[in-house]
Design a protein around this ligand. Sequence first.
Ligand SMILES: *Cc1c(COP(=O)(O)O)cnc(C)c1O
Length: 361
Amino acid sequence: MSKITPQPGIMDIALYQGGASHIAGVTNAVKLSSNENPFGPSEAAREAYRKAGFDLHRYPSTDHAALRAAIAEVHKLDADRIICGAGSDEIITFLCQAYAGPGDEVIHTEHGFAMYRICTLAAGATPVEVPERERITDVDAILAACTARTRLVFIANPNNPTGTMVGGAELERLAAGLPEHVLLVLDGAYAEYVEGYDGGARLVDARENVVMTRTFSKLYGLGGLRIGWGYGPAHVMDVLARVRGPFNLSQSALVTAEAAVRDRAWADKCREDNTRMRAWLAEALAEHGVPSDTSCANFILARFANQAEAEACDDFLKAEGLIVRRVGGYNLPNCLRITVGDEPSCRRVAHAVGQFMKVAR
Ligand SMILES: *Cc1c(COP(=O)(O)O)cnc(C)c1O
């Protein structure tokens, strides 16, 4: 045994399982496993990325001022209280690193996003899993789980992989009900898909104990570029700014994200398309006997009779060249998460699930 050992908690981290992107022996697989935008980024974003290729010898901006100004303008926020990171994953990492350590507790929900637990353990703190109510965040269960050791509460709204969300009144009740020493993190990775939802920005403005995280990986179609952001009260932003590396984002990522956030027409088109195909897919699956909760995001959590049926369906889809996501690791062994793709992909996956269900029951 080596005497060189990592910090406590590190070896409790299960390696993150990304969405598969290939099937052995299949050339034209359809990837519906990582909640990516099927149309990719806007043409303006692609053009900004191409241009950035001419300046690769220059160090990037350290203060991200241009991107923060663009985000602030579009979302009507205070640019001084925005922080940008390598995906919202990095903002989650900063929050855990800055606010939680050995002996501290970090709350996430029963079907919450895997990074909350990973980043908590990486910081040496203790993750605390709280039940949901029928796959919906339960504010009372979270409040009941708070102790003197709780430092952070993470909820994604809409949540991944359930697709469900809670309303503004519930978020306010949660923020107001937390002990004074607890910071609430509202992960808005899918907020862009909800017409008229600000991701919790107004709640951040109204309080001292709420932070919002956002990403360019989903609606904006820039998952491969790694860029996200956070918005919070000044005292939290001052803390996060100290743990952020000065060159955490490439200039390519910064200018591409700026072009992306300014292209409102593309964002609106992608949201509308998703809303339309999501409704179509949910109904098609329901007609085949596969129910799902009403999704507010760009995926559907399809529920099967049991784990065996869900896994058999996944195998069947794979053989058809369709990659979806198993979510047993999220305490949902009887479900498959299916990203809303473009129309041909949605038709293919719905048809294949129908074929499977004909023989399964
Ligand atoms: C995809 C996702 C993220 C975004 O991660 P990035 O690091 O920004 O790519 C954050 N939270 C949830 C719940 C997600 O599903």
